[in-house]
Design a protein around this ligand. Sequence first.
Ligand SMILES: *Cc1c(COP(=O)(O)O)cnc(C)c1O
Length: 358
Amino acid sequence: MPRPLVATIDITAMRHNLMQAKHCARGAKVWAVVKANAYGHGLARAVQGFSDADGFALIEFDNAVRLREMGWRKPILLLEGFFEQNDLHTASNYELQVTVHSSEQVDMLEHTNLPNWVDVHLKMNSGMNRLGFLPDIYQQTYKRLRAIDTVRNISLMNHFANGEDADNPALPLAQQLQRFRAASVNLPGERSLSNSAITLLHPEVDSDWIRPGIMLYGGTPGIKTAEEFGLRPAMTLHSELIGLQNVAAGESVGYGSRFVADKPMRIGVVACGYADGYPRHAPTGTPIIVNECRTRIVGRVSMDMMTVDLTEIPAAQVGSKVILWGEGLPIDEVANAAGTISYELMCALAARVRIVER
Ligand SMILES: *Cc1c(COP(=O)(O)O)cnc(C)c1O
C-alpha cells in the first residue's frame, strides 16, 4: 500500500485557467510561466495543460532545454536571462529568448562569439529595485544591445511590484507604468509587462505579451478569490486519516505540547507533514477538510503527520479522506492561515508526494 498522500493535478483546470488568461489578455500573446517545475505541477503536465500558450517562460536552463526535447517549438523565455557564457550558447542553440537585466549581461553578450543570434528582453527597473536598468539608462542600453550583431529582436520588459495593491504609496502602480512608458517611448519592440495580478486587475496596462503564472494554477494574486476570478484549482493535495486519539481535557497534542484540549476531544492524525511541503508554521486553526467536513488543524505540524480536530466529525475514522488544499478548500485560504501565499505552498510540494493526473 502506498502512503495515502497524493497530489492530483487537474490538466483540464490548467487548460481552463489558460483560457481565462487569454480572455483577460484581449488579444495579447501569453507567456505561460512555468518556472519552479511549473509551480510544483510538473513541466510535462504544463506542456499538456498550456499547449495553447504562445510561449513558456521560466528561470531554469535545464528545464528550458527539456521543453525543447519534449517537442515544444514555440518561444521560450528565460526570465533571469543567462548567468555565464555557456548559457548564451545554449540559448542560441535551442532558440531560447533571454532577459537582459544587468550591464554585466550586456558585457557578456558583447564578448561572446555566438554562432547564431539570440532574441533578448530588455528589462527595466521602474522602481521595484530588483532586476533591470533604471529608466535614465534604458535607451542607451537599448542602443548598446542594438549594436551587437548576434542580437536579433529586442523586446521591452517591466515587472510591477504592486499589482494587487495599486495604490501602495511607496510605489503606486501608475507611477511604475508612467516611468516605463516615458523611458521606453519610441523604442521599437514588443512590450511584456503583465503578471497575473496585472492581467486580472489592470486591463489599462497595455502589453503585447502577458506573463501569467499563479492564475494558471488556480491561485489568486490578491483582491478577489480565485473562484471570483473564474479560476479552478489545478492541484488538490489529499490524504487520509491514519490514526485517532481520544484526548481528555487538559491533555496536550504533539511536539512542544502546543495545543492543550480544553474539553474531551477526538483528534485525527493525517499522513502529511512539512517534509511533504505542508507549511510547518501553519498554526492551530488552519482549515482542513476531513470526511467532507471543514475543520482545523491542531498542534504543531510534524515532519510526516499533522493532527486535526474531529470533535464535530464523529463519522471520521481511519481511512477517512482528507483534503489539505485544492478542490473544496482554496489553497489561498490555507496559505493565508499559515502567513504565506499559495505560490509558496505549490512550489514547496515535496518530491516524495505521489502525483496523479486527472
Ligand atoms: C514569476 C514571474 C511572473 C509570474 O508571476 P505571477 O504572479 O505568478 O503571475 C511574471 N513575470 C516574471 C518576471 C516572473 O518572475
